[in-house]
Each structure stands twice: as C-alpha cells, then as structure tokens.
Design a binder for this molecule. Structure first.
Ligand code: ADP
Length: 253
C-alpha cells in the first residue's frame, strides 16, 4: 500500500470525514442487497479513492450501446453472471488508471468467486489487498430489501417502497425516474442468491483462510453500518502500517 500523507476535510455523504490521500485497497463482500453499493460509496468518499463497481460498469455498458445484440442486458435481467475472463479484463483495465494506482479503491461486485479473487491478487501484486469485508445480512432480510428496492435510472440513488422519494417516483437527488432494477424481479433474485451461495460463499471462506477477511453486521441502519465498517477497515490499516495508523484514525465523526 503506497504511503501517503493524509489530511482531513468534510464529507457530506454520511457523517464520515474525508481522509484525503490515505491509500486503501478494500473489497466489500456480501449477499445481493446487503448494502455493498451504499457502503462502498461512503467508504470511498471517506478515503477519497474511487469506488469500483463491476455491476455499475456492466449496467453502463448495457446503457451506452456497447451491448449491440442485447446479450448483456438479457443475462443481467436473468441474474446470470458474466464470464470470468470478461470481468477480469474489465477490472484489470480499471485498476490501471492513475487514481486506483495512486490512491487505491473500494471495490464491490468483484471478486465473486475464487478464480476472480486469485486474478485480483495477481493484479495487485506485490502490495496486495488490505482487507475483504463481508457485510453480513441473512438471506430472508436481503430478499425483502431486494423486492422493495427502487433506484434512480440516472444517478443510481437508492430508495425503497418503505422510503420512497419525496415527490412521486422522482429522484430527490437529480430528478431522474425511480424504478425497480431489472434484475430485482423474483426469478432473478432467486438465481442471484443461489449463485451467491454456490460461488461467493466459498470465496468468503477463502479470504478467511488467507487471513484477510473481516465481517461487519449489515443489518442495522446504514449510518451505524458505515461507522462499524470504517472502524474495521481503519483497524486493519493501523495494524498493517503501525507507524502511520494514527493518520487514519480521524475518520469518524
Ligand atoms: P448483484 O446485486 O446481483 O450482485 P451487481 O450490481 O453487483 O448485482 O451486478 C449486476 C450484474 O453484473 C450481475 O448479475 C452480473 O450479471 C454482472 N456482474 C457484476 N459483477 C460480476 C462479477 N464479478 N462476475 C460476473 N458477473 C458480474
């Protein structure tokens, strides 16, 4: 992990202070609907590093004409995974950008099987990943969250049936239309969660065995989860870099 001097400033996102210039290489794991997207955005803002989401990258590809014959959209709508070789090359290209090289990243959606995790390790050699954090939320709760989730088609802001935008289904943040995600239909939810148990649960065990796994309870309110997640990641940084650990301690407010 490159050593940068950190400086503090305000981050409006969620009560976490931004620590500018603190390098961080973090992966968030957990079931669909565990809150990885929301928490990755907050943590990335805190460390002032890019948030890398393979799901967002595929959705952007499907929206921008890269998906000429519609195969990508159809697969995603059915809850199927993309081939490892495609995902790995996409991530390799993203990690070669200066921001990720110089400051690190918070990643979610990748890796989601052991082969992808091994590919990530080789991309990050010799420094490697700081920590993989599992957001732990049981499957009956994520099923409820996914079925009631609504997202803004323009900025991706998250809502739910229980917490809709202030005015109709119009995004509070950008005025975009707020809808169900295409893959939040019942059949795709079943398929995605089945693939998670089959491929991603073993990955969590793999990170545990290689000593890089931490777990955070993802069932509480998002601000509490953010604080616990930050404390966990900060603790890992402090233990990995005992001499500069104090620089990362100022993140909680
Ligand atoms: P989910 O809630 O299902 O985890 P994401 O937003 O992370 O959704 O990803 C959306 C879709 O993008 C996935 O269903 C899959 O088709 C594709 N995708 C994203 N990341 C990966 C990955 N690491 N490996 C394979 N497919 C992926």
């Amino acid at each position: 992990m490159p050593a940068h001097k950190a400086s503090l400033s305000e981050n409006a996102s969620c009560g976490l202070t931004t620590v500018r210039g603190s390098a961080s290489r973090v992966v968030l794991l957990g079931r669909q609907g565990a809150g990885k997207g929301t928490q990755a955005e907050r943590l990335a803002a805190h460390f002032d590093v890019p948030r890398i989401s393979t799901g967002d990258m595929f959705r952007a590809g499907a929206d921008t004409g890269a998906d000429l014959n519609g195969d990508l959209s159809r697969s995603m709508k059915a809850g199927e995974l993309m081939p490892d070789v495609v995902v790995v090359e996409m991530v390799r290209a993203r990690l070669s950008h200066t921001d990720a090289i110089e400051t690190g990243f918070v990643m979610e959606g990748f890796p989601r099987n052991v082969a992808q995790a091994e590919a990530l390790d080789s991309m990050l050699a010799p420094d490697g990943l700081d920590v993989a954090v599992e957001l732990v939320v049981p499957s009956d709760l994520v099923r409820m969250r996914l079925a009631s989730r609504r997202v803004c088609v323009d900025c991706g802001a998250n809502y739910s049936v229980a917490q809709p935008p202030r005015s109709g289904w119009t995004c509070d943040v950008c005025g975009g239309q707020v809808v169900s995600r295409q893959d939040d239909n019942q059949a795709a939810i079943d398929r995605r969660l089945a693939l998670y148990e089959e491929q991603s649960a073993p990955l969590i065990e793999w990170y545990r065995r290689t000593g890089r796994l931490a777990a955070v309870d993802g069932t509480g309110n998002p601000d509490t989860v953010s604080q616990n997640l930050l404390a966990t990641v900060t603790d890992h940084h402090a233990r990995a870099q005992p001499n500069v650990g104090g620089l990362n301690q100022g993140g909680k407010s």
